[in-house]
Ligand binder design. Structure first.
Ligand SMILES: Nc1nc2c(ncn2[C@@H]2O[C@H](COP(=O)(O)OP(=O)(O)OP(=O)(O)O)[C@@H](O)[C@H]2O)c(=O)[nH]1
Ligand SMILES: [Mg+2]
Length: 357
């Protein structure tokens, strides 16, 4: 099951109490203070794992508590530390602390192996051995352990992909990702075949590669919750390029220009409550490439031409493709690759072309 948002409660362990004790032995009937320190409480960590792709385990197990530190003991024995808890999360997980009136981002785990503490264990209290002084050789003072940090968290998975596929249901997004990568999503001739995002890695010649995300289709009113709504668009926030698939075939009674406009409107209306925390800005500002799909099944070429004119007026390139036959797909992939290369500054270009004086 794909779960991309969960609320969990994490509690670190309290520190152990410092001990009050005096050395009592035959050889030292009035020995000094020897109360040991309390152990440190266990902390709770999130660790990004490349082997996970859903937050589902947290849905069934929402509470995590690390163990406390043991109390200090006589003979200067320090209490044992509490055990840390490591919670594995998928790469791309963002953690927010839930305060009374807001969600505050505390971590963004974008790399495998990255580890952050989300609840810090309490320090152990000091035993009375630390409080002896020339004027007080039999101190009765000890410290309690610090309380462990407790927190309510929201975890959100925001997939890490370079390219996002958007479009109406049935436009052919899953067919395209299946053609260009090893991803094998369900493909069928009915809307909303895809119910959760799929990721695929595309490899091009020369060891070039990028990651594509196929998300469930959008329909008019998605921003009001129609269809599957905007729920999955958050997964495209980190992408650099959107590929907008439009069905231009004669198989549907739909109008490609209208379909195109509806999706553009829905992208513009998408607002994520945490968008300000995400680099890259609104989805409608992202670089966009239009793929006119199903050209193998087009009887009236003017359908493609009208879409091309309409998109070109908005400064977008249109690439005719067939996700089924593969026609035009290589050209599309090269265009995608070129689109998200960082622009060469005029400065570096000048340096690359000018020879030393
Ligand atoms: N003729 C033709 N049919 C295609 C092409 N691409 C996809 N299809 C068909 O269109 C239908 C929908 O394809 P999907 O890939 O499931 O569409 P989708 O955009 O992922 O749809 P949702 O998951 O519902 O959003 C399937 O029957 C595909 O076989 C194409 O290039 N040519
Ligand atoms: Mg699909």
């Amino acid at each position: 099951m794909f779960v991309d948002e969960v609320d969990i409660h994490v509690a670190a362990g309290d520190g152990g109490r410092g001990c009050l004790s005096f050395r009592r032995e035959k050889s030292a009937p009035r020995g000094g203070p020897d109360g040991g320190d309390g152990g440190r409480g266990g902390s709770v960590y999130l660790t990004a794992s490349p082997h996970l792709n859903t937050l589902v385990t947290f849905r069934f197990h929402p509470t995590y508590k690390a163990t406390r530190g043991a109390h200090g003991e006589g003979s200067n024995r320090t209490g044992r530390d509490g055990e840390d808890l490591e919670l594995g999360v998928p790469v791309g997980t963002v953690a927010y602390e839930q305060t009374a009136d807001a969600l505050v981002q505390i971590a963004d785990l974008t790399e495998a192996g990255q580890r952050v503490v989300v609840a810090k264990g309490g320090r152990g209290g000091r035993g009375n051995q630390h409080f002896a002084s020339p004027t007080n050789q039999a101190p009765r003072r000890t410290e309690p352990g610090q309380l462990g940090h407790v927190s309510d968290l929201r975890l959100r998975l925001k997939l890490l992909a370079d390219v996002g596929l958007v479009g109406f249901p049935n436009a052919g997004k899953s067919t395209l990702i299946a053609r260009i990568s090893a991803a094998r999503p369900k493909i069928a001739d009915y809307p909303f075949t895809t119910l959760s995002p799929n990721l695929g890695v595309v490899s091009l010649s020369g060891e070039r590669s990028f990651v594509v995300a196929d998300v469930p289709g959008l329909i008019e009113g998605a921003h009001e919750g129609h269809g599957l709504g905007h729920r999955f668009l958050g997964h495209l926030e980190r992408t650099r390029v959107l590929v907008h698939l439009v069905d231009v075939s004669s198989l549907t009674g739909r109008d490609p220009v209208e379909d195109f406009d509806v999706i553009q409107r829905e992208l513009a209306l998408f607002r994520d409550e945490n968008a300000e925390n995400v680099a890259g800005g609104p989805l409608s500002d992202k670089l966009q490439i239009v793929a006119a799909n199903k050209i193998d099944a087009i009887d009236e070429p003017e359908r493609l031409e009208r879409l091309r004119q309409h998109a070109t007026q908005q400064g977008l390139w249109v690439y005719p493709v067939s996700a089924v036959t593969g026609q035009g797909v290589d050209v599309l992939l090269e265009a995608i690759w070129t689109a998200f290369q960082p622009p060469q500054t005029s400065d570096t270009r000048a340096r690359a072309t000018s020879s030393p004086a």
